[in-house]
Design a protein around this ligand. Structure first.
Ligand code: ADP
Ligand code: MG
Length: 388
């Protein structure tokens, strides 16, 4: 007797049959993520606390007897992209295909004999909202190709492999948070990750069971200084670490801040203070989740936002309005999430108040003359796995 087809696989199977005919060898799925707390701490070798969300990328893949690679997504109108008879070159891959191509390249770099394959992608992770739709693709592709190639790769290795694909093939200077969340998460938990040594622990974060909902407010704005702002914040952190004589800001304790103030210029000091106190807030959030549960972390989310707004200076009027309005209409805590200068905020709200918080935020944006935000709920979900 054949096992029933999971509902989530229906769309991608249909698309696979339409693109290539027949059925794939399997369907693999990997989720997007929300970072609960720990912003701009990753490249300072500190702590982050993301969770996987109930929105995922799915890939249906069938190995080929040759080395040809063909890719298609249900999003957009590009149809099937043929990367040619030998699979991957950086030149052949463009647009979204750099993500699967990059993963395949990184696997081959590692000596894994990846066969050619036909792939269809289907994803309900919103693009470019800061929920890491790109890592969802990379993780789904990584676990599918590793399995089809017969390679036994640990999660640590998959994390580094997808990082290599992003850094050296896609050309994005990203760390290990997003793929660690996507690969390691389980439902009802957040992933407490030490970005220095990749040590990861699952921390209970069952918001729905606590009567709470995580709302994402996608402001739909991307301020033009985002890239430059990110680079200058990284540079300030490096300068701070150098002047303070540490490998990374992770090594600075909050007790050292008074002394650091005398050694750093005013702006660098505030950048450092954000990172140092944010690391501490991640640790306090982990403690609070363990001892008291999700309702106890609201003030930590609020403090995190204030630190990013005032010390790291990466918020913007739209994010501040989203956070303030959510709080004023019943959220237990709220903060911007992601790199900053636009993107999304998250609010932890009583589930009974979720609809009214959403309406209040939308109304406040309309009054301010801002673009209509997209507000939706997410819940802590399982990490990457084979569906079929
Ligand atoms: P984020 O990862 O925060 O969502 P990125 O800019 O890193 O934002 O990644 C978004 C990119 O990922 C898109 O520009 C597109 O190339 C690709 N992408 C995401 N989802 C899909 C999809 N369903 N189909 C095709 N490409 C996608
Ligand atoms: Mg991305």
């Amino acid at each position: 007797m054949s096992s029933p087809i999971p509902d989530q696989a229906g769309l991608v199977l249909e698309a696979f049959a339409a693109a290539y005919g027949g059925a794939p060898d399997g369907v693999w799925q990997a989720p997007g993520r929300v970072n609960l707390i720990g912003e701009h701490t990753d490249y300072n070798e500190g702590f982050v606390l993301p969770f996987a969300i109930d929105r995922s990328a799915r890939v249906a893949v069938r190995a080929r007897p040759d080395r040809r690679v063909r890719l298609a997504s249900t999003y957009g109108r590009e149809g099937v992209v043929d990367l040619g008879p030998d699979g991957i070159t950086r030149e052949a891959a463009r647009g979204w295909t750099v993500y699967p191509a990059g993963v395949m390249w990184a696997l081959r770099q590692r000596g894994v004999e990846v066969p050619g394959f036909d792939l269809v992608l289907e994803s309900n992770v919103p693009l470019g909202s800061g929920l890491s739709s790109s890592h969802a693709i990379e993780c789904a592709v990584a676990i599918s190709l590793a399995e089809l190639s017969g390679a036994q790769l640990s999660t640590e290795e998959l994390v580094l492999l997808t990082q290599r694909a992003e850094n050296d093939f896609v050309g994005a200077p990203t760390g290990i948070m997003d793929q660690s969340a996507s690969l390691r998460a389980t439902a009802g938990h957040a992933v407490f990750l030490d970005c220095r040594d990749q040590h990861a622990e699952l921390i209970p974060f069952d918001a729905p069971a606590a009567g709470l909902t995580v709302l994402v407010v996608d402001t739909k704005v991307a301020h033009s200084h985002a890239d430059g702002g990110y680079a200058s914040r990284r540079a300030a952190c490096e300068l701070g670490a150098e002047v303070l004589g540490v490998d990374a800001l992770r090594d600075v304790a909050s007790a050292d801040l008074a002394e650091a103030r005398g050694l750093l210029d005013e702006v660098t000091f505030r950048r450092v203070r954000h990172v140092v106190t944010e690391d501490e807030r991640v640790l306090r959030t982990v403690d609070a989740l363990r001892s008291e549960g999700p309702a106890a972390i609201g003030p930590l989310l609020d403090e995190s936002h204030a630190s990013m707004r005032d010390d790291f200076e990466i918020s913007c009027p739209e994010l501040d309005l989203a956070v303030e309005t959510a709080r004023a209409s019943g959220a237990v805590g709220a903060r911007m999430t992601g790199g900053g200068f636009g993107g999304s905020a998250i609010a932890l709200v009583p589930t009974t108040a979720a609809a009214s918080v959403r309406d209040e935020v939308a109304a406040a944006f309309a009054r301010a003359g801002y673009r209509e935000p997209e507000v939706f709920s997410v819940s802590p979900a399982d990490g990457a796995r084979r569906l079929l």
